[in-house]
Design a protein around this ligand. Structure first.
Ligand code: FAD
Length: 812
């Protein structure tokens, strides 16, 4: 047994072994893996081995693509058979909404380089003659999709890792993990202790137990998943005799199941409603190769639908049912990256498609560990996309919901219902009374839009303009002509203070730190490669004190980014104010008039100019007013102690009644920010794009002195950029605006870019998109085309900020 290693990977499932393999491949041979039983004895051995490339997430899509590419080469590299069968995969559609989903997905696939083709029902029948195509309106097919033998794949990765010097210790259980005074980890196992620089947790169903060893509440609880294997069926045996190609994987999304050939019979895996969480407190100590008793009754509705679609399935006897644990997270995507609050502790957990994801997940995590950064945008899988609201109770509700929704249509405006409402701003009830239809972000309830009196206060999801479209339009128009009220309590808020605060922040962000007290600057934290990691609005509150606001969805990520980089000498202090402060935004030409009625402060341009902040009193409540907003109108954000929120809310509503004050929601905000070409982290701003590619020139000051990512950004500029951020007007749109991830083509039909966001701009009355295109296509007036739900549209590059380009309204 080793006593020292650079990295200890805990867990010998396909995910842990892939991480070990990739670390060794990156040249770190001093790495070990510790497995409590045998390799694959957790979830990996019983996986059906399918490799679905389909995924609506940009991050997960890239990860899956990388896995399949790796699995194609592993056998040649290691000599170990992996059983890869690229038999293709067909997903059936039975409604227009489903076809819309496939078209939207095809855009994601095309922009990341995954091949997808559309099939007619007749073409489905040709490839899958045992499939009854009644009621099918179309299908998509991934030619590269298929399945692999999970245990063989794991052994191949293990061999590849060992060949590069990595070591694997089986029958070795990690019992505790401690931090040594030197900063290294002490991994205590039943066979001895290992001191290491890094620890990777890849412990599958044991994730929460492993997390508890270091004080982490990892948001993973598994759910039971079953699949059925039949005896051989004569029709399939006959096909095999004739040497016909395997029919491939068939997925009926609307029936929520997958099927493929297996040893002359069929394998059926339904994703049913009501599958319970399991191993809530982790598996038993002696668990290995564990299955649960089957529960076919739960699967009955899906089996009936499957028999209707593939009658042969009902004709063959059942040979075996597998019911195993499949790790889940609240959004169904895995958790890959650094653990929050802990240095050199890494997570590769929560994999529900772990066989599919292992290759890409191991690759990116190894890059992160060895090089300090991943190379692809990992926000969709970053462990810090969740917060401390993911308690055990929340996870039980959400993870069962995520499982039950694997095959439901993933609408862009979908807001799932489980685990809600949880985090509520005090004005939640008041907003609800005003017609708010809520969504959830980072556990917070936020009004998405407002249903006028007499209309149903319920959402309606679609890939096209939906029932809420008209009402959101009215909200935008009211903000443009009167004044609107938006609850942004979900913002992440923090105070950074102390004698070293200014120097610390100055090194952290690319913009200048506000010099004058009361001044506000928009500042971007770059990663070490010059891409954009975080965006902070920074107000200088005092000589040594700064108030930071950033995206609510990325609170843990942004705060972790700050905390990791703070000096250890105590010269900088950090205070998370997210749960203590509420934010109400008033925006619109009558915002000043409104605030003057309820506050003694001077809101004139001279006394309270754009991009400044002041401590004021609203009614009787103290508040910090920031003259900034994300919708491009005259406006203020009122940051206040949560206990004052309803007082401020009531005072505003009373005073604003005759000014046309009306609440507006996040969907109106998104439309208006598009009209101003305002970028968002996770879409226009990403580590994949240099800050200059995202058009942040006026927020980047390389001459101010050194800051994180500066030299890399300048070197990137020397090498030349591949993308330019543009604003596009989309022509001839009738009922479907771009949603992001739409492919963009030049006149010859070549892919030249992708949209990062899109929406209808109600104030400019145009369908708009923000996009990244190759620099030679970024000139103003360039005509290009774009795919929206399978239809080509002409698009034109237009100047940034089509609404009020001079910012006259903001400065009014
Ligand atoms: C019925 C079923 C079918 C599935 N089909 C598919 C499919 O077709 N395609 C697909 O992509 N995915 C599928 N999955 C999901 C897939 O099985 C998992 O996502 C994948 O196996 C997860 O791998 P892992 O390495 O994260 O976890 P695991 O394979 O569970 O490995 C974790 C390992 O960590 C070890 N460990 C835990 N704690 C410790 C400790 N303290 N010390 C040492 N070792 C420890 C465990 O013993 C275990 O071996 C299926 C799952 C089920 C249940």
């Amino acid at each position: 047994m080793r006593t020292h290693a650079r990295v200890v990977v805990i867990g010998g499932g396909v995910v842990g072994v892939s991480t070990l393999y990739h670390l060794a491949k990156k040249g770190w041979s001093d790495v070990v893996l510790v497995e409590r039983r045998e390799l694959t004895s957790g979830s990996t051995w019983h996986a059906a081995g399918l490799l679905p490339l389909f995924n609506m997430s940009y991050s997960v899509g890239q990860i899956h693509k990388r896995s399949v590419a790796l699995y194609q080469t592993l056998e040649a590299e290691t000599g170990q058979h992996v059983g890869l069968r690229q038999v293709s995969n067909i997903r059936l559609a039975m409604s227009r909404d489903r076809m819309d989903e496939y078209h939207q997905y095809a855009g994601v696939a095309e922009t990341i380089g995954v091949e997808v083709e559309f099939l007619s029902p007749e073409q489905v029948k040709e490839i899958w003659p045992l499939c009854n195509v009644d009621g099918i309106v179309g299908a998509i097919r991934h030619p590269e999709d298929g399945y692999v033998q999970p245990a063989d794949l794991t052994q191949a990765l293990a061999r590849g890792a060992r060949n590069r010097g990595a070591e694997i210790f089986r029958q070795t259980t990690v019992a505790a993990i401690e931090r040594k005074p030197s900063g290294e980890w002490l991994v205590r196992t039943d066979k001895g202790d290992i001191t290491s620089e890094h620890v990777v947790s890849a412990t599958g169903n044991f994730a929460r137990r492993t997390g508890a060893m270091v004080g982490l509440d990892i948001p993973v609880i598994p759910v039971e998943h079953q699949y059925i294997v039949t005896e051989p069926h004569p029709a399939i045996v006959e096909r095999q005799k004739q040497g016909l190609a395997e029919m491939g994987v068939l997925r009926e999304s609307d029936g929520s199941w997958y099927m493929r050939e297996e040893a002359g019979g069929l394998l059926l895996g339904p994703y049913e409603k009501g599958a319970p969480c399991c191993y809530v407190d982790g598996p038993r100590d002696d668990a290995e190769y564990e299955l649960f008793p089957d529960d076919l009754e739960r699967l009955t509705p899906h089996i009936e639908v499957a028999i209707n679609r593939v009658p042969a399935f009902g004709e063959a006897g059942i040979k075996q049912v597998y019911n195993g644990a499949i790790a889940y997270t609240p959004d169904g995507s895995p958790i890959i990256g650094p653990a929050w609050g802990l240095r050199n502790f890494w997570l590769n957990e929560g994999h529900s498609f772990g066989v599919t994801a292992a290759g890409g997940a191991g690759w990116q995590l190894a890059e992160w560990i060895v090089e300090g950064e991943p190379t692809i945008d990992m926000l969709g899988v970053d462990p810090r996309r969740f917060g401390d609201y993911t308690t055990k109770g929340y996870l039980r509700a959400k993870n069962e919901e995520a499982y039950a929704n694997v095959f439901t249509i993933h609408y862009p405006d979908e807001e799932r219902r489980a685990g809600r409402p949880l985090r509520m701003a005090p004005c939640y009830g008041r907003m609800k009374d005003l017609g708010a239809v809520f969504g959830q972000k980072f556990g917070w309830e936020r009004p998405n839009w407002f249903a006028p009196k007499g209309t149903a206060q319920e959402d309606h999801w679609s890939f096209r303009r939906s029932r809420w479209f008209e009402h959101v339009g009215n909200e935008c128009r009211n903000v443009a002509s009167n004044v609107g009220l938006l609850d942004m309590t979900a913002f992440a808020k923090a105070r950074v203070f102390g004698p070293g605060a200014e120097a610390f922040l100055d090194h952290l962000v690319a913009n200048r730190i506000p010099k004058k007290i009361g001044r506000v600057n928009l500042c971007h934290a770059l990663n070490s490669r010059g891409g954009v990691h975080s965006e902070f609005t920074i107000l200088r509150e005092g000589p040594q004190s700064f108030y930071l606001v950033s995206a609510g969805a990325w609170q843990r990520l942004d705060h972790d980014w700050l905390l990791r980089r703070m000096p250890a000498d105590g010269s900088v202090q950090f205070q998370n104010l997210t749960g203590a402060m509420g934010v109400l935004v008033v925006a619109g030409p009558k915002a000043r008039q409104l605030l003057e009625r309820i506050s003694d402060a001077d809101f004139s341009n001279d006394a309270f100019s754009w991009l400044t902040g002041q401590e004021i009193v609203v009614g009787m409540a103290p508040a910090k007013a920031l003259r900034v907003n994300f919708v491009g109108e005259l406006g203020w954000e009122l940051h206040h102690g949560l206990e004052y929120q309803n007082h401020i809310f009531d005072v505003l509503m009373d005073a604003g009644a005759d000014l046309g004050l009306a609440p507006f929601g996040i969907r109106a905000m998104d439309s208006m920010r598009l009209e101003k070409s305002y970028r968002l982290i996770g879409t226009e701003l990403s580590i994949e794009y240099a800050a200059y590619e995202s058009g942040l020139d006026r927020f980047v000051h390389p001459d101010k002195g050194d800051f994180i990512g500066r030299d890399a950004l300048l070197a990137w500029r020397e090498r030349g950029f591949s993308n330019t951020f543009v604003t596009l007007e989309v022509r001839d749109v009738t009922d479907a605006d771009p949603l992001g991830n739409n492919p963009i083509y030049d006149g010859a039909g070549r892919l030249v870019g992708r949209t990062t966001g899109g929406n209808y701009g109600f104030r400019v009355e145009k369908s708009l998109a923000l996009a990244m295109v190759r620099p030679e296509f970024s000139g103003l007036g360039t005509d290009l085309s774009m795919d929206i739900l399978g239809e080509r549209h002409r698009v034109t590059v237009i100047p940034e900020s089509p609404y009020d380009p001079e910012n006259l309204r903001l400065r009014a």
